[in-house]
Design a protein around this ligand. Sequence first.
Ligand code: 13P
Length: 248
Amino acid sequence: MSTQKLIAGNWKMNGLAADLVVARELAEALAREPAAARVALCPAATLIAQMNWQLKDSAVEIGGQDCSPETSGAYTGDVSAAMLKDAGAGLVILGHSERRAGHGETDADVAAKVEAALPAGLEPIICVGETLAEREAGRAVEVVAGQVMASLPESLNGKAFAVAYEPVWAIGTGLTPTLEQIEEVHAAVRAAMVARLGEGARTAPILYGGSVKPNNAAEILAVPEVGGALVGGASLNAADFLGIIRAA
Ligand code: 13P
């Protein structure tokens, strides 16, 4: 099992061309002192090609934040997996809770997007996570395991991918689950991955996401079955993101 963690930054709907300086600073710092982890930045689709140009020859990988389940055609405003790949992405975040909540994406929609991403050569990062009401009702493990079972298509077998556990109530709030809660859910995610895809699913990393900062990254990344982090706000600043990367 690979011990190399994946630290991915999700810029969400932030960042203009001028902000690519953050990506350059990151690449320069990692050129001086290479990271132990795999590092990726996932900017808005509009920035992928420029970021790819600026990061050429760097160890920093690039990902999209969503893709269409369709390959091409009359889908105004949508971006296909092949388009992301063509622009320079190697990964794609799918099923983020902001898309599930804000755009009504279901587990079946997420699975269809995964099915579109794989043949385009993109490595999906599939997001799951419970709401505060679900956690307070004692249903976190049940909800997250159900999302894993329904969002991961069988075609993931043998493919490179990651799952990201992002409790909805921990995103952008400064709140995080206890280390015991993270360990419990990550173990349940792994069990659901293996139940769905078989023993081959033991090696795909399970990232934790939700208010990961330089000051809590080391303890979170040391939890059993935490194979990396999906970082929102702290990835918009090179020093903060580097602080998390150096903790891996
Ligand atoms: P924050 O790190 O800003 O809480 O965001 C987490 C997230 O949603 C990453 O996808």
